[in-house]
Structures are given as C-alpha cells and as structure tokens.
Design a protein around this ligand. Sequence first.
Ligand code: SF4
Ligand code: SF4
Length: 143
Amino acid sequence: MSDPLSLYDICQECENACCTEPGPPYVFEEEIDSIINLGKGNFLVKVEGEDYYTIPRPNGCPYLEGGDCSINEVKPKDCKIYPIGFTLDLKPGISVDCPAKDVLSEEFIEAALNIIETLTPIQKRILQETSFRDGYRFEEIKK
Ligand code: SF4
Ligand code: SF4
C-alpha cells in the first residue's frame, strides 16, 4: 500500500529543499529510540534547556541519502507532517513555501492531521514556535 504521506516525486523536483535548507527538524523524546535503533547513525542533539532534540544540518540533513530520507519509516513527526504545520493561532496549516502546497491529497492531509492528534499541546506549541522562528509560514487549511 502506498504511503499517503509520501511526496517523493514532487520533493525530488524540489531537490528536497526542506531537508537541505536551514531550519532543522525537531524530535521528541519518544521518537528517539526508533531513530537510533534503525542504525543510520545518531545525529540527534538535545536542545539546551529543553526536553526535545534537533538534527543539526549545516550541509543538509545527515539522514538524507541519494535524494531520499534514510530513516523514512521513523522520521520525526515534524518531517512526516510537513508541509502541514501550525498557524500562529496554533491551527493546522499548510506551508506557503512548499511547492506541493496546492496539490496535497486529502489522504495526505488526513494522515498528517491524524499525526497531529498524537501531539501534546506542548509539542504542538514547540513545532509551531520552532518553525516560525526558522522562517516557515503556514496558512490555515481550507475545507
Ligand atoms: S518543500 Fe515541499 S516539495 Fe520541497 S522537499 Fe519539502 S515537502 Fe517536498
Ligand atoms: S529526517 Fe529525513 S525527512 Fe527529516 S530532514 Fe532529515 S532527511 Fe529530511
């Protein structure tokens, strides 16, 4: 069965911009073991004074291999849901910068919203604040 959260073709055309440009993904404590256990290396760094981690990527994400995410099945929820994220008032939104923003399938949006449902209010706030700080902007999803 195909992965409703795969944007593989359009991400290839976009040259994996969101895996190579500044603004690393953020990773929650409960996501760490499955990433490390996959054996692709531990590039996680704890954010000082916080209880979540990031994946520094001065030259692109270290998990990006041959144009694809080498930890795809366990990649952080932050990566899984993008270009879905949060508006300033913490509603689910779509990134205005992603070339896939106008062609997202209903299945993609539904799958991303299901993942968002698993986040705690604090985790939603963390993803919202970090993405806005890193320059990402999200428009509310139109129904
Ligand atoms: S910006 Fe959008 S199209 Fe480009 S790599 Fe990221 S998710 Fe894919
Ligand atoms: S973990 Fe995977 S999807 Fe996330 S930034 Fe790195 S390569 Fe891209």
